[in-house]
Design a protein around this ligand. Structure first.
Ligand code: ADP
Ligand code: GN1
Ligand code: MG
Length: 356
């Protein structure tokens, strides 16, 4: 690891470098140097990202744009350049590495410990979207093509079924039936987008609670992280993915499915923080938010199932069957969202009535 770290303009010499965090995609390490400075070192996933130089160009542009609007240096990510003044290093094996300043005195939550935690994350993701509303979207590379194109996710699931690469097809009949039964509904957002009925914005696209850092002293949300999927998208994706992860009554990989459901209290709290912080959402966009929650939940269920069928090549797993457990929890959550559909709409309706 020293050989990699030597490439970057760090303050001091590295003393330690240890695996860090709970991301499913990149390999993340916390680095401490002899001056006491800390950094985040990441090896980017070449399975997830086909064009890492393009991705890093996005990250450099977006962090630059946000830094110009942020008075607190801990309020956005800062890339550390290499000695050649690049933002990433490609090693002899073809692996890509980057370094960020460690956001000190911060907290990363896997689940909201109070409604206020969740409201804070809503403010952060809403502000994030607002701050990027004047970002030139055409400059962004599409880091994962068709990332939230749900019909295309169905196509990929069908390919995984046909290939049955890991020989696991016989185990997943009920999950496939559940998903294919909902195919039309799950494609609605994509169709509204294609028909020009919902506008593209610059969105984060991966708005899990653990992609926000909180200030350890007052527990306000400090910094939105994990910018690898910042691309043009729908506001419903960002709202929906936050609800999927943070407003669930159980963890993303809970195996006791009786514990999994949607907390309407947290749904309401998130809407109250996110909608005003985004600013300027149209009536149609507001109406699409509950559908965003359901679509992101089905889509993630489908993606975990696809990876399970493919032999766990995309998401990091920590036990056999982990991706299937994740899939089952998503499908249970989706079912609960369907049951609570009228109540979700009721929470959003007042915002629609006052929208321009
Ligand atoms: P992944 O794409 O694998 O999810 P992330 O970029 O989200 O990778 O990073 C994984 C985890 O590392 C985060 O959830 C967070 O706990 C921690 N992390 C990432 N960047 C920073 C940072 N700059 N300062 C402190 N912690 C960070
Ligand atoms: C991944 O990178 P991470 O762990 O924050 C994934 C998201 C999924 C999420 C499910 C680039 O997020 O799309 O919703 O796992 N990121 C990528 O937990 O695929
Ligand atoms: Mg992450």
């Amino acid at each position: 690891m020293n050989q990699v770290l030597e490439q970057f303009c760090l303050e001091g010499s590295p003393l330690s470098c240890a695996p860090y965090g709970e991301g499913h995609i990149n390999l993340t390490f916390a680095v401490v140097t002899d001056t006491g400075r800390r950094y985040i070192l990441q090896r980017l996933s070449r399975v997830a990202f086909a064009d890492i130089p393009g991705l890093m160009e996005n990250v450099a542009m977006v962090t630059g744009h946000l830094a110009a609007k942020c008075s607190d240096p801990r309020g956005c990510l800062h890339l550390v350049p290499t000695r050649d003044n690049a933002f990433f290093y490609r090693d002899a094996d073809g692996e890509y590495w980057r370094v960020y300043d460690f956001v000190e005195d911060s907290l990363c939550l896997q689940t909201p410990e109070s409604p206020e935690d969740f409201r804070q994350s809503a403010l952060a993701f809403g502000r994030f979207q607002h701050q990027l509303s004047d970002f030139p979207a055409e400059k962004l590379h599409e880091t994962i093509p068709n990332f939230h194109n749900t019909p295309d996710r169905y196509r990929k699931l069908r390919l995984a079924v046909q290939a049955n690469r890991a020989g696991r097809l016989a185990e997943v009949g009920p999950e496939l039936s559940f998903l294919f039964y909902r195919e039309e509904k799950a494609g609605t957002l994509q169709h509204l987008l294609e028909q020009g009925r919902l506008p593209l914005r610059v969105t984060h696209n991966d708005t899990k609670l653990n992609n926000v850092l909180f200030d350890i002293s007052d527990r306000t949300a400090l910094c939105v992280i994990d910018l690898d999927t910042v691309m043009p998208g729908l506001v419903a994706y960002d709202f929906g993915d936050s609800i999927r992860f943070g407003a669930s009554t159980a963890a993303e990989d809970e195996t006791d499915l009786t514990k999994v459901g949607l907390s309407l209290e947290l749904f309401e709290v998130y809407a109250r923080g996110f909608i005003p912080a985004c600013g300027g959402l149209s009536r149609e966009e507001l109406e699409s938010l509950p559908l965003g929650a359901l679509t992101m939940t089905l889509e993630n269920g489908m993606r975990f199932l696809t990876d399970y069928l493919d032999g766990d090549v995309y998401y990091r797993i920590s036990r056999p069957g982990h991706n299937l457990d994740r899939c089952r929890a998503q499908l249970r959550l989706a079912r609960d969202m369907e049951e609570k559909w009228p109540l979700m709409m009721e929470i959003i309706r007042p915002y629609m009535e006052t929208a321009g």
